[in-house]
Ligand binder design. Sequence first.
Ligand code: SF4
Ligand code: SF4
Length: 320
Amino acid sequence: MSFFSSIKTFFIRNTYRIEGYRLRSYFNISNNKIDAIFSKTKFRKIIFKIFFRTIYFFKYILNLKPNIHSIDFNLTTRCNLNCKDCASLMPYYKAENQWTIDIETFKKDLDNLLLYTNKIYRLKLIGGEPLLVKGIEEMLDYACSKKKIISIIITTNTSIIPSDKLCKTLKKYNKKALVELSDYSNSIKISKCTEIEKKLKENDIYYFISNYEWFECGKIYKRNRTQAELIQIYKNCFQSPCLSLFDGKIYNCTKAAAINRLTNFKFDEQEIIDIRDIKIRRNALKKFYSRNFYSFCTFCTSSQKRVERGIQTKERFNIT
Ligand code: SF4
Ligand code: SF4
């Protein structure tokens, strides 16, 4: 890839997303007064963008650590649902592949992750179902204590009411920590969304109900795509803005993390960042964001078919 295409990809995948994130209203009000001032009018936004992009251009040239706009920190593969189109491929995990992080590993991985970056604008604690994880309160408390992390979201499938202990921690950091309620009440009977909302409101905890569209997961198998095809599928994929941290490794998305874990296929080492590697690779994240394709994408369907959220299956699937 030429220098110009690398920097263009880096800006599309990283810089513009951070910029957009900083100019969003919820974020500004609760976290950053300067961003709040700049986001008020169109003119101020233009000024902000000129400064911001110039600074990021020089940061890129000087090989300074990039910030992260959003990353999914996977805590477990255990889930009490089995959604057919799960973007983290939970129906592919069998009993012998299940994995859950412990508190000490969580803290070490988070510390390592922060060595790669100056700021994380949004850290999402996800699963599986994160509320099944023992010690999630302590993990949240630890993450919230980090100044480099601007906001933290726990994403739950609304089947479990958050404990009083967790609510206490969420309330303690109520400008920084919030809950995403993925409401699948159209598809499942165990949704407790209304009760959870009530409890969060009573405790003055920020939350939102997510209703974004889901896309068909399709069959996961190796398709032997060319590089040009991989570039195209990655560009069009709804998961391409994601970044996923799973068991000490950064992937381009949660599906890639599952594919690497559940298969014996060998991927290029530049497609995965091992944050437990003791050598801190200053350039690793920059190179990662400058890539415009990942060979994981050879496993995915190119279908853009929309599907209902949270449809359940009784089956366990295999990657072939
Ligand atoms: S609730 Fe559904 S979408 Fe969420 S992790 Fe579990 S199986 Fe996947
Ligand atoms: S592996 Fe590639 S195509 Fe599949 S979900 Fe992730 S980004 Fe999209």
